[in-house]
Design a protein around this ligand. Structure first.
Ligand SMILES: NC(=O)c1ccc[n+]([C@@H]2O[C@H](COP(=O)([O-])OP(=O)(O)OC[C@H]3O[C@@H](n4cnc5c(N)ncnc54)[C@H](OP(=O)(O)O)[C@@H]3O)[C@@H](O)[C@H]2O)c1
Length: 207
């Protein structure tokens, strides 16, 4: 048995209903290929989860759906030799929480290919505090570095700086020694952005 936030919507309803339900493990949808049953320890409330739960954008492909586009937890059962019970794992994306039941639940059954082992030196809680938004910010910075960006080339502008992706981008870039200019539509967040490491904060309207 496990508890999950379950979204349901009939054809004549515009907004999904979200309910906390207790379900049998057998209710978890199976995947193609070897799958892994995970005890979810942490998940994130991503912007996409907000869209799924409010129905403001059609991110959910079928109902009933358990939202939660990411999670960190421990393997309970595995049909893939790469994972064994007790392994700590992380999942980001792969349509989980959109077309396959996601992380806002105590258990999830997902394709083994979608999981990675949790790196040493980070807790499950920290991984989900970073979340998919933070993970995305890091992927963006890695891509910029692959294209040759380095701190000695001058300032780096982060747009949408007070948002989920932007705020982690500000923190990671500052930590790596970049001079970050944070652009925001919410100048009330100036001290937050400076605390994250921004050297200066500009009004989005100036761009
Ligand atoms: N979150 C994820 O996991 C993820 C993954 C992949 C891709 N993305 C993409 O990354 C982008 C940011 O996502 P997010 O999760 O960080 O969203 P978010 O938390 O809502 O942040 C978006 C930020 O964009 C700025 N913004 C809002 N309206 C704007 C406008 N009209 N013109 C210019 N800037 C505006 C705001 O920044 P200020 O508050 O500073 O004004 C807002 O906080 C989105 O395009 C999203 O689709 C997100």
């Amino acid at each position: 048995m496990f508890r999950a936030i379950v979204l349901t919507k009939s054809d004549d309803e515009k907004i999904p209903q979200a309910r906390l339900q207790t379900l049998e493990d057998s209710a978890l949808p199976v995947t193609e290929g070897p799958d892994v049953l995970v005890k979810v320890d942490y998940s994130t409330l991503n912007y996409k989860d907000g869209l799924a739960m409010t129905g403001r954008s059609p991110v959910v492909r079928k109902y009933p759906m358990v939202p939660g586009i990411d999670f960190a937890g421990k393997v309970l059962e595995s049909a893939d030799p790469l994972f064994k019970p007790g392994d700590e794992v992380i999942l980001n994306g792969w349509g989980v929480g959109e077309s396959h039941w996601g992380g806002l639940a105590e258990k999830a059954r997902v394709k083994a290919d979608w999981l990675i082992h949790k790196p040493q030196g980070i807790t499950s809680r920290q991984a989900m505090a970073i979340g998919t938004a933070g993970y995305t910010a890091m992927l963006c910075i890695q891509a910029l570095e692959r294209h040759g960006l380095s701190p000695n080339q001058g300032e780096v502008l982060v747009t949408g700086a007070a948002g989920g992706v932007g705020s982690v981008a500000v923190a990671v870039l500052a930590n790596k020694g970049f001079k970050v200019v944070a652009s925001t539509g919410r100048l009330s967040e100036e001290s937050y952005l400076k605390n994250l490491g921004a050297q200066s904060v500009i009004d989005r309207a100036e761009l």
